[in-house]
Design a protein around this ligand. Structure first.
Ligand code: ASP
Length: 336
């Protein structure tokens, strides 16, 4: 029987009712008491790494998860990480860059309703996560509401219902039907994973609205090494009637070595900067990249990972466009 390590980090799944609202209080051992039948699927050991609402999860917690996985990697056949749903997609993306090529399954899951509630998705999600973690599906995935989603492609798209996550611009890795895993896609892997243990967190995100004050751009670019701009449609920057338009602000900062990544606030199908005049000149500007079909979560985590590895902008640009864990399909980028 496969050996699986459960790593608890908090979230609704582990929450209890308090006077101030739901708060994560149950340990991973207590979660297991709710699913006794798991002993028929795999041998589970558990560990409590954190107990946080995922709103409080920060990049330093991702690094703690990486160290935990690295320290226990050889002892288990698979891993389940329970996590709050609110930032689970960011953690799934971050782990996809920080733990690359894992031949063993590393599965994130959580729930919209606490495990102690009469009506809850916790038990199904947790049991399904153990099924995937004891399978031969390699790499980082997120298991939720009977779906297996690639770590770099998950996004929380519903705030209340059990179908909380979608796979963006990528097919599901598999589904679970009546407790049986139907795998569709296997990620590629290496003999041993590569663990990365540093991040540069000076990455910011700006979502444009019609009329966004360009001072915001200056503010964010001054304080960060990279800025992701969620623009409209296939991508572009507004010009308005200012003497200095958005493009000029971006150009000034990329000349000083900052990286700017254009992406779209449209959920599906990604960016294509070259299409309209509002995006076209950005495409020709060194230091300005576009995310194409990557999720914003993946772009954030990828930049933090890349800028933790190199301060050289040409190398950072090369790494950004080099696909990792299925994060980028379009346009087809030749791989070395
Ligand atoms: N606020 C919770 C969290 O992200 C929501 C959840 O887990 O569903 O920790």
């Amino acid at each position: 029987m496969k050996r699986v390590l459960l790593i608890g980090t908090g979230g609704t799944i582990a929450s209890q009712v308090t006077e101030d609202g739901l708060a994560p209080e149950l340990t991973s051992r207590q979660l297991l008491e709710h699913i006794p039948a798991i002993s028929g699927i795999c041998r589970v050991e558990s560990l409590q790494l954190l107990n946080l609402d995922s709103t409080d999860i920060a990049p330093r917690h991702w690094l703690r998860m990486v160290r935990c996985l690295k320290n226990h990697y050889d002892e288990y056949d698979g891993f389940v990480i329970t996590h709050g749903t609110d930032t689970m997609a960011y953690t799934a993306a971050a782990l996809s860059y920080l733990v690359q090529g894992s031949p063993k399954p590393i599965v994130l899951t959580g729930a919209q309703k606490p495990i102690g509630f009469d009506t809850t998705d916790s038990k199904v999600n947790l049991t399904d996560a153990f099924r995937v973690a004891s399978s031969d599906m390699p790499g980082i995935s997120l298991v939720f509401n009977s779906k297996v989603i690639l770590g770099t492609r998950a996004q929380k798209t519903r705030s209340h219902s059990f179908a909380a996550f979608s796979s963006i611009n990528y097919p599901l890795l598999g589904v679970l039907r009546e407790g049986v895993l139907l795998p569709y896609i296997r990620q590629s892997y290496t003999e041993r994973p590569t663990f990365y243990e540093q991040l540069n967190t000076k990455v910011a995100l700006l979502k444009l609205i019609p009329g966004t004050d360009r001072a915001l751009l200056n503010f964010l670019l001054e304080r960060n090494d990279a800025l992701i701009i969620e623009s409209f449609g296939v991508g572009g920057l507004p010009r308005y009637n200012h003497r200095e338009d958005f493009f000029e602000v971006v150009r000034r900062w990329v000349e000083r070595g900052r990286l700017v990544v254009l992406t779209t606030q449209v959920q599906n199908e990604g960016s294509d900067l070259g299409v309209y005049h509002v995006g076209h000149r950005l495409k020709q500007t060194p230091g300005v990249l576009e995310a194409y079909d990557m999720t914003t979560e993946a772009a954030v985590a990828k930049l933090m990972w890349i800028l933790g590895l190199t301060a050289d902008r040409a190398e950072a640009e090369r790494l950004f466009y080099a696909p990792v864990a299925g994060d980028l399909l379009w346009p087809a980028v030749p791989q070395e």
